[in-house]
Design a protein around this ligand. Structure first.
Ligand code: NAD
Length: 453
């Protein structure tokens, strides 16, 4: 049996070994999931809701344990990891509330009654990345289960442990066996087997744009629906009329949270030229004072990168001698990179256009609102963005003009379980979370009933 090791990215110590699921095992899991799904879909909606709420309660009771797993396998700070475990609980509770509210429509037609019925898809395959292993796994899993589906989840190679624990907790909560299965393993075997299995009705993929495109092409062969949550290169637009102190104070963690391994990271800081120098002066202490170190220490604000290869990738964007504001990072074992702001990049340079997925941002000046919008949109991505201004009209105009799925004004908040999330352009396809999240895991059936005698 093939196995692979899980490393603590802060120490490089091996903290576990998991088996690598084979394609044949994926097929067996999908068959078992299909059997479990039939019973689940037939159960009373209130009973499904009750079981999902119980799952949420069991997750809540194990929040600290789940958070500690994420600190160890993903290098997340303890504060973030606690939020992530709580987010799984919230996603399950929110989805449970939808099971009895998943309603079709009655549409006025001639000669009869027309009904739409929302039916579960069957078995849903969720393929998760390593950057937010628990929340992103639950984004797909919670609404899919609530809508009457079974879920087979393939976590990322580097971060399978929290997902495996969630599957155990689901059984402890009383969810039927095989309804929610977690299959650790490699993307090109276990992940690929899920994508190509005809018994998997939908794929929910979060990860890189490169792999997302490959999966989309393979789903096309089976006309299999999918959602894609991919990369980003999000702008943080700071206008001269903003509260500059607040904008500068918020900018560091908007791209340093999770060591920048966040698809919503605001890595292009666009600053109006008239306040550009002042903004940089305010930014310097904010970057230099970020506490980078042991993620299990409550005071730590930023932990390590996930792996050696991610560290090498991030380093390649920051050549020695680059004009930069730098923070600090520990030396020694672990995949550490300091907070970094590049101040002399051109708008078209690789650091300003490619997703680095590390604690690195560029800062670029702009003259006026039109140039700010044009720079913000000068990217193949369109996931998130922030707009700092005190002018309400400008906030709304720029929100309408920026082609991205998740914008925030005078804030960097992007993700809430109750609001829709997803990307424009090459950042993705479809939406997750929010009020329509269950409907995304259903087929709509239209039934016409003649009332003519
Ligand atoms: P990745 O694309 O390499 O892997 C993501 C997942 O896909 C993993 O579970 C992996 O095993 C699996 N996979 C890889 N090859 C596969 C294949 N051929 N078939 C099926 N599955 C396969 O990405 P990553 O390195 O885990 O994550 C980093 C990237 O993900 C970044 O580019 C980031 O922006 C993006 N991301 C986007 C979002 C979002 O919500 N938009 C969230 C997190 C990460």
């Amino acid at each position: 049996m093939h196995e692979h090791s899980v490393l603590n990215p802060a120490t490089e110590e091996v903290i576990g070994t998991v088996r690598a699921t084979t394609a044949a095992e994926v097929a067996a899991a999908v068959a078992a999931a299909a059997r479990a799904q039939r019973g689940w879909a037939a159960a009373a909606p209130a009973d499904r809701a009750r079981l999902l709420r119980r799952f949420a309660t069991v997750v809540d009771e194990h929040r600290e344990e789940l958070a500690r797993i994420e600190v160890r396998e993903a290098g997340h700070t303890l504060g973030n990891a606690r939020w992530e475990a709580a987010n799984v609980r919230d996603l399950l509770e929110y989805a449970a509330g939808g099971t009895e509210r998943l309603m079709g429509r009655q549409i006025p037609v001639a000669g009869g009654i027309d009904l739409t019925i929302l039916e579960p898809l069957g078995v849903v395959g969720v393929i998760a990345p390593w950057n937010f292993p628990m929340p992103i796994a639950a984004w797909g899993t919670a609404p899919a289960l609530a809508a009457g589906n079974a879920v087979v989840l393939k976590p990322a190679e580097t971060t399978p442990l929290s997902a495996l624990r969630l599957a155990e907790l689901a059984l402890e909560a009383g969810l039927p066996e095989h309804l929610f299965q977690v299959l650790p393993g490699a993307g090109d075997t276990a992940g690929s087997a899920l994508v190509t299995h005809p018994g998997v009705a939908k794929i929910v993929f979060t990860g890189s744009t490169r792999i997302g495109k490959q999966i989309m092409a393979r789903c096309a062969e089976l006309t299999k629906p999918l959602t894609l949550e991919l990369g980003g290169k999000s702008p943080n637009i700071v206008f001269a009329d903003s509260d500059l102190d607040a904008a500068a104070a918020a900018a560091p963690m908007s791209f340093l949270d999770n060591a920048g391994q966040d698809c919503c990271a605001r890595t292009r800081i666009l600053v109006q030229r008239s306040v550009y120098e002042r903004f940089l002066e305010l930014l310097v202490p904010g970057i230099e004072s970020v506490v980078v170190g042991d993620p299990s220490d409550e005071k730590t604000e930023m932990g390590p990168l996930i792996s050696e290869s991610q560290l090498a990738r991030v380093r390649s964007y920051v050549p020695a001698g680059a004009a930069a504001i730098r923070g600090t990072a520990p030396a020694g074992p672990g995949f550490w990179f300091p907070p970094t702001v590049l101040t002399a990049e051109s708008p078209g340079s690789p650091a300003a256009t490619e997703e680095i997925f590390g604690p690195v941002a560029v800062v670029l000046p702009f003259e006026d609102e039109a140039e700010a919008v044009s720079l913000a949109n000068a990217t193949e991505y369109g996931l998130s963005g922030s707009i700092w201004t005190r002018d309400v009209g400008r906030a709304l105009r720029v929100s309408q003009a920026v082609r991205a799925g998740n914008l925030s004004v005078n804030s960097h908040s992007s993700v809430r379980y109750s609001t829709p999330f997803g990307g424009y352009k090459q950042s993705g396809l479809g939406r997750e979370l929010g009020p329509d999240s269950l409907a995304a895991f259903t087929e709509t059936k239209n039934v016409f009933i003649s009332t003519e005698a």
